[in-house]
Design a protein around this ligand. Structure first.
Ligand SMILES: NC(=O)c1ccc[n+]([C@@H]2O[C@H](COP(=O)([O-])OP(=O)(O)OC[C@H]3O[C@@H](n4cnc5c(N)ncnc54)[C@H](OP(=O)(O)O)[C@@H]3O)[C@@H](O)[C@H]2O)c1
Length: 164
């Protein structure tokens, strides 16, 4: 199984503010959708609540220490008590995506094989950050730069890193 993180981060590594994404970048949402479609997505409880719904076409796995979370089966999600449980339950999948947020990205940094990073070309006053990518451990294998346009307020660059 390939374990991948997928994240959009500002130039100062900001990824969230007040439990929301700090920008509206439809092109990045489209990239996220295309890249993760059909694959399981693993996220922290705060990110799930920030999205507010199950992402369609993907098994949604939510990590929480709250054993009663989704007890009434309100959402079509799998609830697990740790990242390790999530990974072990999904070990037969081809690729699994860690989709955030800050706590879960941080704790899975030493586990992931691949990182899909969208650099958002702005500096933001964030309250959640993505860890610095250690270029001794990961090499950039692809990037694609885009200018801002009428729909996307900031320039953005898609990048892919793989563990060396
Ligand atoms: N820019 C991006 O690409 C991107 C992507 C995703 C999210 N975000 C942003 O990131 C922010 C949310 O990130 P966050 O760091 O605050 O929260 P988070 O990582 O989404 O979720 C944190 C929660 O996950 C659970 N958790 C964390 N570690 C655990 C462990 N080892 N074992 C069991 N449960 C564990 C806990 O849930 P319980 O408290 O329920 O126990 C914890 O409160 C939001 O602003 C969101 O918009 C940005």
């Amino acid at each position: 199984m390939i374990l991948s993180s997928i994240v959009a981060a500002s130039l100062n590594n900001g990824i969230g503010k007040n439990n929301q994404l700090p920008w509206h970048l439809p092109a990045d949402l489209k990239f996220f959708k295309t890249t993760t479609m059909g694959r399981p997505v693993v996220m922290g409880r705060k990110t799930f609540q920030s999205i507010g719904r199950t992402l369609p076409g993907r098994k949604n796995v939510v990590i929480t220490r709250d054993h009663s979370f989704n007890e009434n089966k309100e959402f079509n999600i799998e609830v697990v008590p740790s990242i390790e449980t999530a990974i072990s339950n999904l070990k037969d999948e081809e690729e699994v995506f860690i989709i955030g947020g800050g706590e879960i990205f941080q704790q899975s940094m030493n586990l992931v094989d691949t990182i899909y990073l969208t650099v958002v070309h702005t500096t933001i006053d964030a309250d959640v950050f993505f860890p610095e990518i250690d270029t001794d451990l990961f090499k950039k294998v692809w990037e694609e730069a885009h200018e801002a346009d009428e729909k996307n307020n900031f320039a953005y660059t898609f990048q892919k890193f793989v563990r060396k």
